[in-house]
Design a protein around this ligand. Structure first.
Ligand code: HPA
Ligand code: ZN
Length: 341
């Protein structure tokens, strides 16, 4: 194969057909304004916006917390099992259209149980949609329960207790929300318990927080993947360690741009990560809030950094090798990528 593209259109076409997995997606962050209005009406929930345009106009953030404030407010329209189902169906349709064959989806139960929504309502709604996508389209998925790090470890423990009857539907636990001031060390005990329960472990680290938080996620939480991980690049010894351990980073370019983790996609660290041998992947994080689903993320960062065909293939391969699929399933997907490329 020739390694460069003649045009952005040619690159976009290559991205569109590339089989891929998405490993960093908050299902509540896929709530499009149109569905937000529909659910607000269906459930009689008041929202502080008069139109879809007004909602979109409110999506201007200068940091992670700006976004989180509006994200937790937005998820307030989700009340019934059907709501969680419909939300998930809408995301899966967008993902499938982007050539996503496998998804690993975060959900934030504490954002709902604190509003009086039963844990069972959330899990049942999401997994019903995941099961349908598998039956209809062969799309596979894993569900990851994410703890809100601005809350206490005791609250995370109580959430893990609530998850116990549903562990057949939950592949792992994660850690998200306000990073700075809430280091991984705060959650060492609940992650140890999750590990003992056989759950996979991931954590957001190095999005706004320092490289020390990535070290903590590795050493104290013993994570299987790092979500974001951008600031790892400030610490060469950490980069060497992540490379030698083959640690997957679930990078989210448009999120990084919208939350001002980078000022310009031309300065995005993805190419540096790949050149350093880091197992980086491309993901959409909260696509409704950040302006694009997974292919939009691939296109934007590939155009800004002039990524080659080999880079894009590496990213797609990394998305499967870094997934929680079985080795047999990973091999099947990698073969499909090789056949495509
Ligand atoms: N970072 C931290 N918490 C989050 C994010 C994110 O990008 N998206 C949803 N919760
Ligand atoms: Zn995230």
């Amino acid at each position: 194969m020739t390694d460069s593209f003649a045009s952005a259109d040619e690159r976009a076409a290559f991205i569109a057909g590339l089989p891929k997995a998405e490993l960093h997606l908050h299902i509540e962050g896929s709530l499009e304004p149109e569905l937000m209005f529909e659910l607000a009406q269906r459930n009689g929930v008041a929202i502080p916006f008069a139109s879809v345009e007004e909602v979109r106009a409110a999506y201007a953030f200068s940091n992670l917390q700006d976004f989180l404030d509006i994200y937790y407010q937005g998820m307030g329209v989700l009340r019934t099992e059907q709501d969680f189902h419909d939300l998930t169906v809408a995301y899966l349709a967008r993902a499938r259209a982007d050539g996503v064959r496998h998804v690993e989806i975060f959900f934030d139960p504490q954002g709902h149980t604190m509003r009086g929504i039963a844990f069972e309502t959330i899990v049942t709604g999401i997994t019903r949609a995941l099961d349908e996508a598998h039956a209809k389209h062969g799309m596979t998925s894993k569900l990851i329960l994410s703890f809100l790090r601005h809350l206490s470890e005791a609250e995370a423990e109580a959430t893990l207790d609530e998850a116990l009857p549903f562990l057949d539907r939950i592949a792992g636990v994660g850690l998200d929300s306000s990073e700075v001031g809430h280091p991984p060390s705060k959650f060492e005990r609940v992650f140890a318990r999750a590990r003992d329960l056989g759950l996979k472990l991931v954590a957001h680290a190095g999005e706004e927080g320092p490289p020390a938080y990535v070290h903590e996620a590795l050493d104290l939480l013993k994570v299987d993947r790092i979500d974001h991980g951008n600031r790892s690049l400030e610490d060469p010894a950490l980069v060497a360690r992540l490379v030698s351990e083959g640690m997957t980073l679930t990078v989210c370019p448009l999120s990084n741009l919208k939350l001002c983790v980078v000022d310009d996609l031309a300065d995005h660290p993805l190419k540096t990560m790949l050149d350093a041998g880091l197992a980086a992947t491309v993901n959409s994080d909260d696509p409704s809030y950040f302006g694009g689903y997974v292919n939009a993320n691939y296109r934007a960062v590939a155009d800004a950094l002039d990524l080659s065909k080999a880079d894009l293939v590496t990213l797609a391969r990394n998305s499967f090798t870094g997934s929680f699929l079985s080795e047999i399933d990973k091999a099947k997907h990698l073969e499909a990528i090789d056949a495509y490329a």
